[in-house]
Design a protein around this ligand. Structure first.
Ligand SMILES: [Zn+2]
Length: 68
């Protein structure tokens, strides 16, 4: 059995770092996506999240810290 820790979690928008399920970003509408990313991040309350402010995230959702 291969190790299960490299589970596919979808692609990430290169523009806003949002984790996307489909083929384009729900926020930007762009298809500029990457599947080479790390640092899973869930933003629930962007208004009160230092991380969200630093990354310029305005909407709650799933994001990646690093996108290549
Ligand atoms: Zn986006």
């Amino acid at each position: 059995m291969p190790p299960a820790n490299k589970k596919k979690q979808g692609k990430v928008c290169r523009d806003c770092h949002r984790v996307v399920d489909g083929d384009n970003c729900v926020i930007c509408g762009t298809t500029n996506l990457s599947d080479d990313w790390s640092g899973y991040l869930v933003i629930i309350d962007p208004e009160n999240s230092e991380v969200a402010k630093r990354m310029n995230i305005k909407l709650p959702g799933r994001y990646a810290l690093k996108v290549r």
